[in-house]
Design a protein around this ligand. Structure first.
Ligand SMILES: *[C@@H]1O[C@H](CO)[C@@H](O)[C@H](O)[C@H]1NC(C)=O
Ligand SMILES: *[C@@H]1O[C@H](CO)[C@@H](O)[C@H](O)[C@H]1NC(C)=O
Ligand SMILES: *[C@@H]1O[C@H](CO)[C@@H](O)[C@H](O)[C@H]1NC(C)=O
Ligand SMILES: *[C@@H]1O[C@H](CO)[C@@H](O)[C@H](O)[C@H]1NC(C)=O
Ligand SMILES: *[C@@H]1O[C@H](CO)[C@@H](O)[C@H](O)[C@H]1NC(C)=O
Ligand SMILES: *[C@@H]1O[C@H](CO)[C@@H](O)[C@H](O)[C@H]1NC(C)=O
Ligand SMILES: *[C@@H]1O[C@H](CO)[C@@H](O)[C@H](O)[C@H]1NC(C)=O
Ligand SMILES: [Mn+2]
Length: 718
């Protein structure tokens, strides 16, 4: 349920950077401008904020006879219990409940779904604020309908981005008085969010305070709360990771020395998994284990729960640690394993006023981590692991290409079978049954470790809902008249995949072909792009949009995201998001992998998205102005496009050549595998799609035919 739009970080990024998230920092400057320019209207607005009430919502109006949706959650007693804790919590008047876990993970374990528990709203983005007599939930446009249904009539639904909707601090400002206190768990709130809320409320003399007790944890009975995950942990062999954890620690220490730091505090779960060459199963679709790490000049500490004894003797050997995890009597590099709960107190102990060296933390750390030691001792900068992880080593690159071939083969085999059934009508498929069958095909592949996100399997109008994920209530049958958008991916020991293809099993309309072709042209344009090193994704994103823009079309999501090596399907840097300036961005570098996924969505009719994973490689240019390396992309996802959806006459020669080369490579690498495995149907499906097109497309053929006709006529005349 959390993973609804797993594949849509790109949209989340856009939403977080462009839309007004209630607590995002970019919002702050907007708010200042609003205050300066519209000072006179401010009082009236504040009164309106104060009067906002759950009865503004249709089903909650007094006398409403609308039936209560079955997914609505009665939160009356939960809210009562929460409010009862306010007096002991230094007399706070309101409490923030964010979506995040302590590691700022994209997806959180069920155990950490505090905002879902308190509000009943189960979407992946939102912030709840509870005062002594009101409760409000902020979420963005993807979730208005879902929130309206799930929130009971204790809640005000704050529709972010709609006019007249206050930010959380504006709302609190209208309700509270000078000297009042607002509480939040500093372990769950990112540094920026905390500081933005704190600064905005300063004007009103309202303070934000933290307390090591989480109020939702206090009221959530163990009997109702999913347990702390404690999933199994496996060792990732260097035949897949390409580098031992010891070498990674050595590299990190060099980066730490360059920045004059004495310790690195590691918060992100994909970073601890990468660092120790371990993979877990605490979070759906992500091979992570809930943990922290501290790397210092002379020791390495690793914090995680061992309640289920998952730290096996094998892992102790892998980490060169004693079975007690304490490194005593060990010579050489060893990982000290400590209880998860000790991480923040150990961070506090890094406070060393005598040292000139700082402690390196990521800007994505929680405010609790940041405030553990004096700000003067903190270097708040992108974790050095981010870049080391994003630039894959040679072993990872090779593994990546191999897993993409297997994954492409699985998808092709599935699509060949699906098309045959849908066209012949011999078997009825729907969005859900198709997604689960595809999962079976993936799971049969070597090294498969499950899916990398919840499959987006969308027929017709469902494809136009960007965050769509099939559910029994919306499930549609596959037909020969509607488009089918399929966005899916797998986890493999040697890599992570994410691929989208859009299909039509009958005769598509002109508009469908126009949309498909323009999206394809955009994908090809970006894939062919050559740029000097140092370029950011946002600077070349428009190449993918140009064929849509020229037709007055566009799409409301980013064009690409980095992807992990048996880690998260979304990782940064790099990101390719037009106009989005995010601290998480970084320039493209050779050896990074990312998606290229433009789309077009015709509301209530269909959606088109084409997503291919590419590797950043050195380009062959005649010059290298500025002594720079010039870079380009090499596709590694190898699934052919739909020939009958392409209007070849729209493609220029270079685009056609790219398509021809791509299809030849699909045949060469995946076709071969299918043929060798005797998968005749799948091989034939491919063959029908990889026909080489002459470089001026249909137009060229027509001209040739005309010329031939003329020659015949002329020769007859002569
Ligand atoms: C919600 O639960 C409370 C008791 O906790 C009950 O009094 C109330 O009637 C319930 N509300 C609805 C709408 O069912
Ligand atoms: C934190 O809040 C809880 C719950 O209100 C309270 O019991 C506890 O004493 C508070 N702790 C501190 C250090 O104020
Ligand atoms: C790693 O893989 C190599 C080659 O397959 C194998 O020989 C070795 O035993 C593996 N190591 C571990 C710890 O599994
Ligand atoms: C983890 O738990 C197992 C089983 O209880 C135990 O044998 C092992 O020593 C523990 N490891 C650490 C590092 O605590
Ligand atoms: C850090 O240590 C100094 C000196 O021991 C102390 O005065 C200060 O309060 C500590 N800071 C924090 C945030 O714990
Ligand atoms: C989907 O197909 C099933 C099985 O043929 C059929 O029972 C059902 O009515 C179809 N649903 C729709 C919405 O057409
Ligand atoms: C580029 O590199 C060449 C050879 O290393 C050097 O001679 C030249 O000065 C450099 N040019 C610039 C602009 O740095
Ligand atoms: Mn993607």
């Amino acid at each position: 349920m959390k993973i609804l739009e797993a594949c849509f970080l790109v949209i989340v990024i856009t939403a977080a950077t462009v839309n007004s998230s209630p607590i995002a920092d970019h919002d702050l400057s907007n708010e200042k401008n609003v205050h300066r320019n519209h000072h006179r209207t401010r009082r009236a607005t504040e009164n309106e904020y104060r009067r906002m009430s759950p009865s503004d919502r249709p089903k909650c109006k007094s006398g409403s006879t609308m039936p209560r949706p079955p997914n609505e959650v009665n939160t009356t007693s939960r809210l009562q219990k929460l409010r009862a804790l306010f007096p002991a919590y230094d007399g706070i008047k309101a409490y923030y409940i964010p979506t995040e876990d302590a590691h700022q993970s994209e997806y959180v374990a069920a155990h950490d779904e505090r905002r879902v528990y308190i509000s009943g709203f189960s979407g992946s983005a939102g912030t709840a604020v509870v005062t002594e007599d009101k409760a409000a939930l902020w979420t963005d446009g993807r979730y208005f309908l879902q929130a309206e249904a799930e929130l009971d009539c204790n809640w005000i639904l704050m529709k972010q981005g709609e006019t007249g909707v206050p930010s959380s601090t504006e709302w609190l400002g209208s309700l509270l008085s000078a000297g009042d206190k607002v509480g939040a768990n500093p372990t769950l709130m990112p540094i920026d969010s905390w500081q933005v809320i704190e600064n905005r409320m300063k004007d009103k003399s309202i303070s934000l305070i933290g307390n090591s007790t989480d109020l939702v944890d206090e009221i959530w009975p163990d009997s109702e709360r999913p347990a702390f995950p404690n999933g199994d942990i496996i060792i990732l062999n260097t035949t897949f990771s390409g580098k031992s954890w010891k070498d990674k620690v050595t590299e990190l220490r060099k980066k730490m020395a360059d920045k004059n730091t004495r310790a690195l505090f590691v918060t992100a779960l994909d970073e601890t998994a990468w660092l120790f060459n371990l993979r877990g199963s605490d979070i759906a679709y992500n091979p992570f284990f809930i943990s922290y790490a501290i790397v210092e000049e002379n020791n390495v500490r690793f914090y995680l729960s061992n309640k289920t004894g998952r730290l096996t003797p094998k892992i102790a050997v892998h980490l060169s640690t004693g079975t007690t995890g304490d490194c005593s009597g060990k010579t050489g590099i060893c990982v000290q394993v400590k209880p998860y709960e000790d991480a923040l107190s150990d961070m506090k102990n890094l406070n060393d006023t005598s040292s000139t060296k700082k402690v390196w933390i990521s800007p994505a750390s929680s405010y609790a981590v940041y405030s553990s030691i004096p700000a003067s001792q903190v270097l708040k900068e992108r974790s050095p692991i981010q870049l080391l992880k994003a630039v894959k080593n040679q072993v990872e690159r090779d593994g990546y290409e191999r897993c993409q071939i297997r994954d492409s083969a699985a998808l092709i085999e599935f699509l060949a079978m699906l098309e045959k059934d849908v066209k012949s009508g011999s078997k009825q498929w729907n969005e859900i049954s198709a997604a689960s069958k595809l999962e079976e095909y993936r799971r049969m592949q070597q090294y498969n470790m499950g899916l990398s996100f919840n499959t987006i399997s969308a027929v017709g109008s469902n494809g136009a809902v960007i965050h769509y994920s099939p559910a029994p209530s919306t499930n549609k049958n596959l037909t020969t008249t509607e488009m089918y958008l399929l966005d899916s991916g797998g986890q493999y020991l040697d890599g992570t995949t994410d691929v989208t293809r859009t299909l039509h099993f009958g005769t598509p309309t002109e508009e469908m072909k126009q949309a498909y072709t323009r999206v394809l042209m955009g994908a090809i344009n970006l894939a062919m792009m050559i740029w000097p090193e140092g370029t950011y994704g946002r600077e070349i994103d428009s190449a993918a949009r140009a064929p849509l823009w020229s037709y007055g079309w566009n799409y409301r999501h980013g064009t690409g995201h980095g992807i992990g090596a048996f880690l998260s399907v979304h990782e940064g840097p790099p990101y390719t998001v037009y106009k989005a300036y995010s601290v998480r961005d970084g320039p493209f570098a050779a050896g990074m992998f990312l998606s290229i996924e433009p789309g077009y969505y015709e509301p209530d009719q269909f959606g088109v998205r084409l997503e291919t994973i590419v590797m950043v490689v050195k380009a062959n240019t005649p010059n290298n102005f500025g002594n720079k390396t010039y870079l380009t992309f090499k596709p590694v996802t190898l699934v052919p496009f739909e020939t009958h959806l392409i209007k070849y006459d729209l493609l220029d020669d270079k685009q056609t050549k790219w398509l021809n080369d791509y299809h030849a490579e699909c045949m060469e690498k995946v076709g071969k595998v299918l043929q060798a495995a005797g998968k005749t149907e799948a091989y034939k499906w491919m063959e029908a799609r990889v026909q080489q097109i002459s470089t001026s497309g249909q137009a060229f053929l027509t001209a040739n035919m005309l010329l031939a006709f003329c020659l015949v006529v002329i020769s007859r005349v002569l």
